[in-house]
Ligand binder design. Structure first.
Ligand code: NAP
Ligand code: G4F
Length: 346
């Protein structure tokens, strides 16, 4: 049987790693678009996978549309996963134009490249949409019918990407799917997202390499799943008879404070919380030492307070299971991985 060919844009990121792993297991010929940088630091997550073979990296950028056309023309991929993005919400307030160019126009560039390379009838397209598109929703849970009302430059750019993907589906018959994914984390999460910042901080404090962890909004409630589970849903969307859009989420929420409490517990420190707002602190119960402080500089101009997804459609149509990894297991795995990295670096 002929193996399928997939192109992953954003292969060097967290989800790119897990998706490449999954597609390799499924015997795909896996290709990845990789930005040119002066060192090979951006392929660090992929080292083991690259050594095992079966993955080909191609230099390229979402901001270089003609080169995308050339690449698609050569590869003739069966599936394209567009995971490429400036994906940090906080940074999008500092770099709104770059975020819009990569996350919004970058998506248009891929869709136009599919059209220009005459692949509208052959290639299936996945767009990495986000729960950040909902902003601060009026409903307690969010599904595919919940209106978008973004409150960040990142969320606004992703809304454009969502609608332009739907437009190409309707206008040209492209098999194009929007995943609306809620937060998903892993030991390969970027270090400046709150979950990984917390597990690295707790691991360093437990190892005596750091005294205190500075965080922003501790009250934010997020629906946190495991990236390894979420890439299965991306793949499953492209295997259906018809293209559609799907919310992928666990349906359970926890605050940033809850996540920190769990991570510090696994690192051997029981935290108790005192004060509120910018004066809140997390103190080690046994010693009284302050381990977490709020830094007002880390608060965003506008933040999404609560997100909780309803993934019933994905459960029914894709057979996707939202309960593969518990929050406890996720935090434990991330903390253990950071403790191991610290031990190996010593
Ligand atoms: P990530 O770790 O930040 O990875 C982003 C990827 O995009 C990296 O490979 C990055 O390459 C690449 N990229 C950035 N700018 C690019 C450009 N101009 N041209 C080509 N590639 C570029 O993000 P992630 O957590 O894996 O998320 C994957 C996708 O899902 C993103 O689109 C994100 O917005 C979306 N999403 C994520 C979540 C989540 O909770 N993780 C939830 C909903 C949606 P470098 O390595 O060179 O920087
Ligand atoms: O970890 P975060 O930066 O993730 P955020 O903003 O929810 O965005 C992530 O999930 C989206 C899905 O909804 C993705 F589309 C997006 O690409 C990204 O993967 O922040 C989570 C919450 C926020 O409310 C933030 O204000 O944690 C709060 N927070 C508190 N202290 C912090 C910090 N966030 C970061 N990054 N760093 C802090 O020190």
């Amino acid at each position: 049987m002929k193996h399928k060919t997939a192109l992953i844009i954003g292969i060097t990121g967290q989800d790119g790693y897990y998706l490449a792993h999954l597609l390799k297991q499924k015997n795909y010929a896996v290709h990845g678009l990789c930005r040119r940088v002066s060192t090979d630091n951006n392929t660090i997550r992929l080292h083991t996978l690259l050594n095992d073979g079966g993955i080909t990296l191609h230099p390229g950028d979402l901001l270089e549309p003609i080169a995308l056309v050339r690449l698609l023309h050569t590869l003739q991929p069966d599936e394209i996963y567009n995971l490429g993005a400036q994906s940090h919400v906080g940074i999008s307030f500092e770099n709104p134009s770059l975020t819009a160019q990569i996350d919004a126009l970058g998506t248009l560039h891929v869709l136009e490249a599919i059209r220009t390379a005459d692949l509208l009838k052959k290639t299936r397209f996945y767009q990495a949409g986000s729960s950040e598109m909902f902003g601060n929703p009026q409903t307690t849970t969010q599904n595919e019918e919940t209106p978008f009302s973004p409150v960040s430059p990142y969320g606004a750019a992703k809304v454009y990407a969502h609608h332009i993907t739907t437009t190409y589906r309707q206008a040209y018959g492209l098999f194009a799917c929007n995943g609306i994914l809620f937060n998903h984390e892993s030991p390969w999460r970027g270090e400046n997202f709150v979950t990984r910042k917390i597990t690295i901080g707790a691991a360093r404090i437990a190892s005596g390499q750091q005294d205190v962890l500075l965080l922003g909004n501790l009250d934010a409630l997020r629906d946190w799943g495991h990236a390894r589970d979420y890439v299965h849903a991306m793949w499953a969307m492209l295997q259906q008879a018809e293209p559609d859009d799907y919310v992928i989420a666990t349906g359970r929420t926890a605050t940033v404070r809850d996540f920190a409490t769990l991570a510090f517990r696994y690192a051997g420190m029981d935290l108790e919380w005192e004060g509120g707002g910018a004066n809140e602190i997390g103190r080690e119960r046994k010693t009284g030492t302050v381990r977490v402080k709020v830094d007002p500089a880390l608060l965003r101009p506008t933040d999404v307070h609560t997100l909780c997804g309803n993934s019933q459609k994905a459960q029914q149509k894709l057979g996707w299971n939202p309960h593969q990894t518990s929050l406890d297991d996720l935090v434990h795995e991330m903390l253990e991985a950071d403790m191991k990295r610290i031990r190996e670096a010593a």
